[in-house]
Design a protein around this ligand. Structure first.
Ligand SMILES: N[C@@H](CCC[C@H](N)C(=O)O)C(=O)O
Length: 321
């Protein structure tokens, strides 16, 4: 099967975007899983944190489905949704479109540049729930807010929420990547606690409405950034670290930066704003039965990648890396 794709990223959380509407054969869920496992592999494949599948929709311009690099499907992907948003906004020529995701039809639009010369897209992150059952998470109380999770640590507190994929977030003074990785692995090997796994984030407050976030992602491991995690972390920073709702929270990460505007009216909602950078475009011939693939030459988006490098350097300094 020949599959044209765009290698893209949001804050260096990188994806292979496949427009299924352009394929000659339709994909089954088993195909989507196999393609994710084969192509996402960093050593033997193309390498990515996951695959974004773009499908037709009867409810919106298109539907996005996201498969992690381990072949599991996620309910939502914030950085990926910005890439799909760009793709559809450029395709339709509209300023604002809607994209169907597993749990909601979400508005997405182009907004003013987050950094000079970086085309920036805003996506809605919702529905948000603090109910433990929404993750799902086995807990003694219906909500887990700033609470020590004794199965994972002795003294570190976490807040659990779904946005709508599952997250636990801890506000820390020093961010230790090794501790994060250990807790992330433990949480994802604790089906009695998190039957569907969980994304684990550490948040360090840099200043008022400015945080640094790193995440151990379910189905992937440590990544440069996770859009839903940065949205969940911004909400948690409003609740437990004194950040202000309705004003942008600048979120630095290992791959760049985004802005999250947290709205806490009747329900929590987040506007996640950041880059949607195309690295290159190519076509891959995949043979699922032999687990093999062959790639065409890449059409590299040199100029926008150079511009993104500037943002990455700026973010490193601002994030104290
Ligand atoms: N990196 C993504 C989230 C991808 C899914 C996540 N690993 C999960 O399984 O929930 C993002 O930008 O939100």
């Amino acid at each position: 099967m020949d599959i044209p794709y765009i290698k893209c990223h949001g804050s260096d959380n990188d994806f292979i975007m496949i427009d299924e509407r352009k394929l000659e054969e339709s994909l089954t869920d088993e195909d989507r899983k196999e393609v994710a496992l084969l192509l996402s592999d960093r050593l033997e494949g193309i390498g990515s944190d996951g695959i974004l599948y773009v499908l037709s929709s009867s409810k919106a311009e298109v539907c996005m489905r996201m498969f992690n690099s381990d072949g599991s499907e996620a309910e939502m992907c914030g950085n990926g949704l910005r890439c799909v948003a760009r793709y559809i906004i450029e395709e339709t020529g509209k300023e604002k479109v809607h994209i169907e995701t597993a749990k909601a039809v979400l508005p997405v639009e182009r907004v003013s540049d987050i950094y000079e010369g970086i085309a920036t897209f805003s996506v809605a992150i919702e529905p948000v729930s603090f109910s433990a059952s929404s993750l799902p998470m086995e807990a003694e109380s219906e909500q887990v807010v700033d609470t020590v999770l004794r199965d994972l640590t002795e003294d570190q507190t976490f807040t659990a929420l779904s946005v709508p994929n599952p997250h636990i977030v801890s506000v820390v003074t020093e961010l230790d990547e090794e501790v994060l990785e250990n807790i992330g692995k433990k949480a994802n090997n604790s089906p009695h606690l998190f039957p569907n796994g969980v994304n684990v984030s550490f948040v360090r407050k840099i200043d008022d409405n400015k945080i640094f976030v790193q995440t151990y992602e379910r189905g992937v491991g440590l990544t440069n950034a996770c859009g839903t995690a940065m949205s969940a972390s911004s909400i948690v920073s409003v609740i437990v670290a004194g950040n202000n709702p309705d004003l942008p929270v600048t979120v630095m990460n290992k791959g760049g930066m985004v802005q999250c505007i947290v709205h806490d009216n009747e329900e929590y909602k987040v506007e996640l704003q950041g880059n949607a950078t195309y690295v290159y475009e190519a076509e891959v011939r995949v043979d699922i039965s032999t687990q093999s693939f062959e790639e065409s030459p890449h059409h590299v988006h040199t100029e926008e990648n150079e511009r993104y490098s500037e943002l990455r350097e700026f973010a490193k300094t601002e994030g104290g890396l």
